[in-house]
Design a protein around this ligand. Structure first.
Ligand code: FAD
Length: 298
């Protein structure tokens, strides 16, 4: 049988452009979590990701830790470290101070977000009376302070508070027109949702990258909870694949890698070359997925 060589070990893209990957982490709370965080960073940094990002806890609760982690990632690994930033519950002055602190620390990339109210993602967002009212306003504010690379959020299944697709896509367009360089999507498990979303965005004249956010399922129970909170749906076929594996971690891990590999490779087969992985501070599954893309340490 004559199998083209590029279909064997990994799905190398056909043209010259290599696959680009980025990894998202959250700031660890305890010493034990911090140990795993660094272990994972040191496993993934040699893959030369486009950037490694660190989230910003709800309501700015991790302000100092986010800054410390991104600064340390940059210093220890030389990898481009991106800091998330939200504008919920803070005045413009307070948010601008954080942007200046990122700038002083040599951080060149910000993931700019509105954030959710402290009561939870399902509750209506009320802007601070003197604050940025949306991610689009925050992007414009960041642009005034420095020449940052800026990423924003996109929602293949629509943001839970969006009244319609028109509002959703217009909002994304506003964020990009305010100066963001790309969008990164919320987790999704049905690639068709992503393809339809990209088509809607392109029809509306959005030309920037819409990078798929891939969530490997380390724990189906935990990820189902996250998904419910952020408005991402769990397809019935996915729930069925993990059904009954609660007490069988080995099979669960094998199914998780098969599911994530299937999702990533289908995206590759549809021409996608950029991926953002939600690591939850764990490296192994993401390392395996990167390997499928031919992204390996030096
Ligand atoms: P926005 O783009 O400002 O708006 C959210 C939605 O509100 C829009 O989709 C739109 O439908 C609606 N909307 C906006 N303006 C209008 C308008 N004028 N009229 C009507 N509707 C409007 N949260 C954190 O707390 N920390 C993080 O580090 C973090 N990182 C994230 C990273 C990624 C890649 C993603 C996808 C999400 C992340 N989030 C994070 C979650 C995010 O803060 C929430 O999803 C939040 O609810 C929306 O933020 P946004 O930046 O998309 O907001």
């Amino acid at each position: 049988m004559n199998i083209p060589s590029d279909h064997r070990a990994s799905r190398q893209p056909r043209g010259k452009k290599p696959f680009q990957v980025s990894f998202e982490f959250f700031p660890p709370k305890t010493d034990a979590m911090e140990e795993r965080f660094w272990e994972s960073i040191h496993k993934l940094a040699p893959l030369h990701p486009r950037f490694v990002s660190v989230t910003y806890g709800a309501g700015g609760s991790t302000r100092e830790r986010t800054l410390r982690m991104v600064s340390q990632i940059k210093a220890e690994t030389g990898v481009n470290a991106a800091a998330h930033l939200t504008c919920v519950g803070a005045s413009r002055d307070e948010v601008d101070k954080v942007i200046h602190a990122y700038k002083t620390a040599g951080i060149k990339h910000i993931v700019a977000l509105r954030g959710d109210p402290p009561e939870g993602a399902g509750k209506p967002f009320v802007p601070h009376p003197e604050g940025y009212r949306s991610a689009a306003e925050l992007v414009a504010g960041i642009r005034k302070i420095g020449d940052f690379d800026i990423s924003v959020a996109a929602y293949p299944e629509m943001h839970p508070q969006s009244p319609s697709w028109d509002v959703e896509i217009e909002n994304l367009k506003r964020k990009l027109e305010a100066g963001a360089n790309r969008a990164i999507t919320q987790m999704f498990f049905d690639n068709d949702d992503y393809f339809r979303f990209v088509e809607r965005a392109r029809k509306a004249g959005i030309t920037q990258s819409i990078v798929p956010g891939i969530q490997p399922i380390h724990s189906f129970k935990q990820i189902s909870g996250f998904a419910a909170r952020c408005g991402a749906s769990i397809p019935g076929w996915l729930a069925e694949r993990f059904d009954g594996l609660e007490d069988d971690p080995e099979t669960h891990a094998l199914v998780a890698s098969a599911v994530a590999a299937e999702q990533v490779l289908e995206l590759v087969d549809n021409g996608i070359t950029e991926f953002h992985f939600y690591t939850l501070n764990r490296a192994n599954l993401v390392l395996a997925l990167a390997r499928l893309l031919g992204v390996r340490p030096d």
